[in-house]
Structures are given as structure tokens and as C-alpha cells.
Design a protein around this ligand. Structure first.
Ligand code: ADP
Length: 243
């Protein structure tokens, strides 16, 4: 589903990604862990070209983009294959909950309003927000806003959903409700890549984990291999610090 080859990215003099190769299979739940600043979010954002890689190729669901010289059409096509769930939800504040979910269907998919509304209502029910459809984001808790973000991503019916630290802006008591929705979606077989600090979630939900440090993938494998029996000293140190 995703094939990255030699992805490099530099901000000024800071080489953040140092040649990343990564394969994600259809139905994979890939969790990316690693210390702050190791390049996890940048890698995720390169996948849909929210960050432009300096080098390398990105292939998603059969569509290939050369990192450093993609056309506008290429970028649009790549973005249509993915949906992103952001740390800070990125909802439209002046639109209601249901309008936030409908937006992508009407604008990107050119769907008639009635159909977009029916699909959005069903997805909001699925994430437990049937009662909130006509409210505005500011009337919702952080956990509820993030569930709108998830419904919005699902509405696009993408080949892969990218989660960028989806619970790290939430109050602790709201983390569980969001993780359990993500777990439910994962069990439906949707391909997803999740950047998170929630190691218990990674252990429970991921089928593959990669550990990144300083712009490299240090270690990858099953949650058992990477998070319970890591081979590399760097991974061990990271996990020790978290426990
Ligand atoms: P992580 O997600 O692992 O915490 P990031 O990918 O967010 O790491 O960041 C990796 C490094 O890149 C950090 O040193 C960060 O400061 C830097 N960085 C990220 N985005 C930008 C940007 N837009 N401009 C400049 N530096 C950035």
C-alpha cells in the first residue's frame, strides 16, 4: 500500500530524515514510535506531501511521486489516497460538526449534499457523536473534536489514514475514548500509520512497529519484537525511560 524509498528531508542545516525506506502492506496498522525530534511527524507528513521531501520516492496504492519534483496534479492525486488525523484536530471552527465531515465529500469528491450528509451522519454515529452533529467544535471536548477529525478522515474513504499524535493534545481522561475508536477502525482492516507516544496502544493494536531515532529507522518488527524484546540499545533505552 505504501512504499517509501530513500526519503530525505532537511530543515536549514538540520537533516531530519536521513534516507528512509519503508513498506506498508494493505491492512497494516503501523505504529511509529521514537524520541521527540526523531523525525516521526516529518516522515508522516512527507507521505502525503504536507512536507516536500528533498529526495526519494513515495508510492501509495499504486501511485508514485518523485519526492523532489512532483507536479501539482501528482500531489493532489497522492493526497486523495490518504487522509490525515492531526494532533490539534484542525476542524473548521465556523462549521458545525456535520459540516466539517461533509466538507471533503462535497469539495474533493463532488458528492451531492444530501448523500454527503447521510454518510457523515452515519460516521458521526459510529464515533459516538450522533447527538452533536449540529454543534460547533468549540462546544465539544477535545476528545469529541478528535472523534470528528476521525469521522472526517473516514468519510474520504482513503487507501490509508495517517494519524499524527492523535491523542497528545488531549487531557488524560480523554485519551482512552479516542484510542478505542482508532482500535475499532483498525479492526475493520483499514490501513493506517500512527505516530504516537502511547506504547500500550502500540502493543495492543499495531501489527508492525518502527522505532525511529535521529532520522533513521533503528528497528522494526512486530510489537512483541520491538516493544517487548528490542534488539538495539537505543530502543531499550527509549523504552526504559517510558516505564
Ligand atoms: P518527532 O515527530 O519525532 O517529534 P519531528 O518530525 O516533529 O519529530 O521533528 C524533527 C525535527 O525537525 C525537529 O528537530 C524539529 O524541530 C524539526 N522540524 C520539524 N518541522 C520543521 C519545520 N517546519 N521547520 C523547521 N524545523 C522543523
Amino acid at each position: 500500500m505504501i512504499k517509501l524509498r530513500n526519503i530525505k528531508k532537511q530543515f536549514k542545516h538540520n537533516q531530519v530524515l536521513k534516507g528512509i525506506d519503508l513498506d506498508v502492506q494493505k491492512g497494516d496498522v503501523l505504529v511509529i514510535v521514537g524520541p521527540s525530534g526523531s523525525g516521526k511527524t516529518t516522515l508522516l507528513r512527507c507521505m502525503n506531501y504536507l512536507e516536500k521531501p528533498d529526495e526519494g520516492t513515495i508510492e501509495i496504492d499504486g501511485f508514485t511521486v518523485e519526492g523532489s519534483h512532483a507536479s501539482k496534479g501528482d500531489i493532489l492525486a497522492l493526497r486523495r489516497k490518504t487522509a490525515m488525523v492531526f494532533q490539534h484536530y484542525n476542524l473548521f471552527k465556523n462549521k458545525t460538526v456535520i459540516e466539517n465531515v461533509m466538507e471533503g465529500l462535497i469539495v474533493a469528491k463532488k458528492m451531492p449534499k444530501k448523500k454527503a450528509k447521510d454518510i457523515s451522519r452515519a460516521l458521526l454515529e459510529k464515533v459516538g457523536l450522533a447527538e452533536k452533529v449540529d454543534e460547533y467544535p468549540s462546544q465539544l471536548s477535545g476528545g469529541q473534536q478528535q472523534r470528528v477529525g476521525i469521522a472526517r478522515a473516514l468519510a474520504l474513504n482513503p487507501s490509508v489514514i495517517l494519524f499524527d499524535e492523535p491523542t497528545s493534545a488531549l487531557d488524560p481522561e480523554m485519551v482512552g475514548e479516542v484510542l478505542s475508536i482508532i482500535k475499532e477502525i483498525a479492526e475493520e482492516g483499514i490501513t493506517m500509520v500512527v505516530v504516537t507516544h502511547e506504547i500500550d496502544f502500540a502493543r495492543e493494536v499495531a501489527n508492525r512497529v518502527i522505532f525511529m531515532d535521529e532520522g533513521h529507522i533503528v528497528e522494526q518488527g512486530t510489537p512483541q519484537e520491538v516493544l517487548i524484546h528490542p534488539k538495539h540499545e537505543r530502543t531499550k533505552r527509549f523504552l526504559r525511560r517510558l516505564t
